[in-house]
Design a protein around this ligand. Structure first.
Ligand code: ADP
Length: 600
């Protein structure tokens, strides 16, 4: 900020500052030079009328000169242009009226000039409202004077009769100079303003273009990151598929007791790794805004039972008491929502509660808060008596890859993604999570979720359950075609199916699979999605176009190690019936095959 000018300042540069707008600066400049010019003109006028012994005019000119000099001084000390403008306009009004009504008692060219000056000056300096006010204040009395004084013959005399030629010339000249000066000054300010505006808009255009380029760059790099993660996941999940698959096979082939322990550890670690990969992928998916929430029918009591079933065992193994308390009123309700996402949220919260509690209890409470216009509000609360969270870390724990401390990482493991996923999944549904916690005493996570209620009373099972034991159905008579190019997976599938007494046929790419479907007699196709020559999607589309309806309608299950975002829709869009993600669980695959193939 510029410091204030001192009382003795007389320079313009000291009263201008960068904080003033362009227009205000123009106003101050105008006053500075205008007052200076007016002082010179008034001095000349004063001397002139004094030499003519015009006492009244000399006194008026003298008073005006003093006022102008004082205002000039005031301006160079405090540049309050508004106050100075009002003062000048009032002075001009008083002089004008005195002149017309008392001193000269006539309307001459100088009165008209003063009116024009006041009109211009008031509009430029004080804006529309004051401009109009001062214009009318000057004009109306003068017009009224003309009407009353002159009767029917209005005329404007050229010069006042009481002063001599030189005074008139000085006055007219000075007034014209002022009129020209005010106009040219404001014209300059106006043009400068437009030039500046132009420059600003050009600059803004340049900035916008640069901004656009940055956004595109950021989008590209974010896209590349997502692609990288999803490719990596594919690369990691493929060998992981082999590890989990082989472990399952070995577990199924009566291992020795000591081998059983090792295999259990191997299976646990591989599954752990898989869940970490899945977490990273899920977070990536949420961050890139590619999550859509389903609205399917489900029953909350059953869902909570399924989610907590495995967790209760885990908690009890740790010596913790697990209380699952689901509101009885929810038993008969069929709700619309996304059970997969609810599972993910509750599972994460309950897993954390068990992980961070050494002794005591875990409570999972689901309470109905009431039904309004067929929309049910439900409160979910997960509470524990664990290590608790310090007040300062309450926000940080929801950040991705953030744990409370290094000790947490060392002692409990984890990636710090669970709560970040939970928070974002809730935020995407406009839901806020509430956390209360006390170090050493425990934590409570809770949120409210709304569900539209169906008029039905119970839910039909989403997938038809097998009527008999799956092993009974999947027998040697089943003809399975597996399109798979990865030799490790081929070996794995061979071993797995041989356990069920099935010898599958293999195709190493999509084109080969189409040929085999055309000439063979298969009951079902298991289709890997990423294969050379022709991928699984295209192969499925071709199969669905076959003329023989039996072949065109053959059940196809997609096998995917990829965690590409829109995989599910793409699978269904290309006409496949279902999909299993690799590494798949043998039972899950068996169940899916079973639900699609009629008894053979
Ligand atoms: P992770 O469980 O992989 O560490 P989360 O995002 O699920 O990651 O949790 C982040 C951090 O929040 C944890 O590392 C832990 O410090 C803290 N936290 C989460 N839940 C609890 C809980 N129930 N009790 C105590 N601390 C918790």
């Amino acid at each position: 900020m510029k410091k204030k000018p001192n009382f003795f300042n007389i320079f313009l540069r000291n009263i201008l500052s960068p904080e003033q707008s362009m227009l205000d600066e123009a106003r101050i400049r105008l006053l500075y030079y205008g007052l200076f010019l007016a002082a010179v003109a008034l001095a000349a006028l004063t001397i002139n009328v004094f030499l003519q012994h015009q006492v009244v005019f000399t006194s008026i000119a003298c008073i005006l000169l003093i006022c102008v000099v004082l205002l000039f001084k005031y301006l160079t000390w405090i540049p309050n242009w508004r106050f100075i403008s009002h003062t000048l306009l009032i002075l001009a009004l008083v002089v004008n009226l005195l002149d017309v009504f008392i001193i000269i008692q006539n309307v001459d060219i100088i009165s008209i000039q003063v009116i024009i000056l006041s009109v211009l000056f008031s509009f430029y300096m004080l804006g529309q409202r004051w401009g109009l006010f001062y214009s009318l204040a000057n004009l109306i009395p003068v017009l009224a004077f003309m009407v009353f004084e002159y009767g029917n013959s209005y005329f404007i005399s050229f010069k006042p009769e009481k002063v001599d030629q030189s005074t008139i010339i000085i006055s007219i000249l000075a007034n014209f100079i002022m009129i020209i000066y005010i106009h040219s000054h404001f014209y300059n300010a106006f043009i400068n303003n437009i030039r500046k505006l132009n420059e600003t808009s050009q600059e803004q255009g340049r900035l916008n273009a640069a901004y656009q380029v940055s956004i595109e760059k950021a989008e590209k790099s974010s896209h590349a990151k997502s692609e990288f993660l999803s490719t990596m996941s594919h690369e990691i999940r493929t060998p992981l598929n082999a590890v989990i698959g082989m472990t399952n096979l070995m577990l199924m082939s009566n291992p020795r007791a000591d081998q059983l322990d090792n295999l259990d550890i191997l299976k646990f670690s591989a599954n752990n790794l898989l869940s970490i990969v899945n977490d990273v992928l899920d977070f990536n998916k949420i961050e890139s805004g590619k999550v859509e929430f389903e609205k399917i029918k489900f029953n909350l009591v059953e869902l909570m039972g399924n989610i907590c079933g495995g967790q209760i065992i885990k908690a009890e193994e740790k010596g913790l008491k697990f209380y699952l308390d689901v509101d009885n009123r929810l038993k008969s309700k069929v709700l619309f929502g996304d059970p997969t996402r609810i599972t993910q949220i509750i599972f994460n919260l309950v897993s954390n509660a068990i992980k961070f509690t050494q002794q005591g209890n875990i409570w999972v409470r689901v309470t109905s808060l009431g039904d309004r216009h067929n929309t049910l509000t439900v409160n979910f609360t997960v509470k524990d008596t664990g290590i608790g969270i310090a007040e300062d870390n309450m926000e940080a724990i929801f950040e991705p890859f953030t744990q409370e401390s290094i000790t947490t990482t060392r002692q409990y493991g984890g990636t710090g993604l669970g709560l970040a996923i939970v928070k974002r999944l809730l935020e995407l549904q406009n839901i806020q999570m509430h956390v209360t916690s006390k170090v050493g005493a425990g934590s409570e996570f809770s949120f409210n979720m709304e569900f539209p209620v169906s008029t039905e009373k119970t839910v039909e099972a989403a997938v038809a359950q097998p009527a008999q034991d799956a092993a009974g159905y999947v027998n040697a008579g089943l003809q399975i075609l597996i399109a798979e190019d990865n030799p490790v997976n081929v070996m794995l599938m061979k071993k797995l199916f041989s356990k069920w007494g099935i010898v599958p046929t293999f195709a190493d790419n999509g084109e080969h699979a189409i040929e085999l479907v055309q000439y063979g007699n298969f009951n079902i196709v298991l289709m890997d999605l990423q294969m050379p020559v022709m991928n699984g999607f295209d192969a499925a589309i071709e199969i669905r176009k076959m003329p023989d309806p039996k072949k065109a309608n053959i059940p196809i299950i997609a096998l995917t190690a990829s965690a590409l975002f829109d995989i599910k829709e793409k699978v269904y869009d290309s006409g496949m019936n279902d999909y299993v993600s690799k590494p798949f669980k043998p039972d899950e695959l068996k169940e899916k095959i079973f639900s699609l193939v009629e008894a053979v």
